[in-house]
Design a protein around this ligand. Structure first.
Ligand SMILES: [Zn+2]
Length: 277
């Protein structure tokens, strides 16, 4: 005889049988994502990326995401992310529509209302749907949205570049499972060799605090050290929101500083057990 069950028991049973709970709970946290014309085809990749980051990073986006496609080949790089606050202001563009230089950005933007991601014509738009490359590009940009959502627009402007770009680069490649994106290849190469030239023409430095995208290797090293980079990055973003590289690095390495430093590539040379360099 069939026993009567209430709706909670029914829902639990359905969850167990179909795994719907997991599905429902992950999609329940999905923020509002708006797609510009032509960008709706990226919906499956965007939702996958947002869900993956949300669950690993342990943060639910309060702001909405707006995905656009750039019709002209005007931007350098794969994509760009610009935060807008409730009054529609963003830290990159002046009232008259012209670009605002980094040193002229003023700290009055506050919380982000909308995170606007643009895939460039010659970059992000060229990768196939569902490919590692498009997922890496989207995850990099979406992680910027999560960062800004967590610490605010003003703090994001102040973040050390090695932390902001290095962590986003690592998130993109980690979730994609390693892509063939030229930007990612270049970042790895620079991390390992400490050589190359940045976008602004200045030389790459092997000093972590002077790095940007090429700090990707540090976060990969945290994972190799059996640590959870997602939790550590979150602590470092909060600690580094005043612009201090030292505070961010302390938070990033606090749980196992000795282990991390002794196994970090350039740190190996200082291990007496390995002999003289
Ligand atoms: Zn970036």
């Amino acid at each position: 005889m069939l026993r009567k069950i209430n709706w909670i028991q029914f829902a639990t049973l359905t969850c167990v049988v179909w795994g719907t709970c997991l599905l429902l709970s992950s999609y329940a946290a999905l923020p509002k994502i708006i797609y510009d014309s032509g960008a709706t085809k990226y919906k499956p990749d965007m939702e996958w990326v947002v869900n993956q980051i949300g669950s690993r990073f342990g943060h639910t986006l309060k702001a909405s995401i707006y995905l656009l496609l750039e019709p002209e080949d005007i931007y350098d790089g794969q994509a760009t992310t610009i935060p807008y606050n409730a009054t529609g202001k963003n830290p990159y563009i002046k009232e008259d529509g012209t670009a605002l230089p980094v040193d002229k950005r003023e700290p009055f933007y506050g919380a982000m209302k909308e995170c606007r991601i643009t895939l460039t014509k010659g970059g992000g738009q060229t990768w196939a749907l569902g490919s590692k490359e498009i997922r890496s590009v989207l995850a990099h940009e979406v992680f910027h949205c999560f960062t800004i959502d967590l610490i605010g627009i003003d703090a994001n402007i102040k973040l050390p570049h090695w932390l902001r770009e290095g962590s986003a680069m690592w998130v993109g490649e980690e979730l994609a499972g390693g892509s063939s994106l030229p930007d990612a290849q270049r970042a790895w190469n620079r991390y390992l060799t400490g050589t190359g030239v940045k976008k602004d023409g200045s030389p790459i430095s092997a000093n972590l605090f002077q790095r940007d995208y090429d700090a990707i290797g540090l976060f990969a090293h945290l994972k190799n050290s059996k640590l959870n980079p997602w939790n550590l990055i979150k602590s470092a973003l909060l600690a580094g929101s005043s612009g201090s590289s030292t505070d961010a690095f302390k938070a990033l390495t606090s749980s196992a500083k000795k282990d991390i430093l002794e196994t970090w590539a350039s740190g190996l040379a200082r291990l007496p057990s390995l002999g003289s360099a």
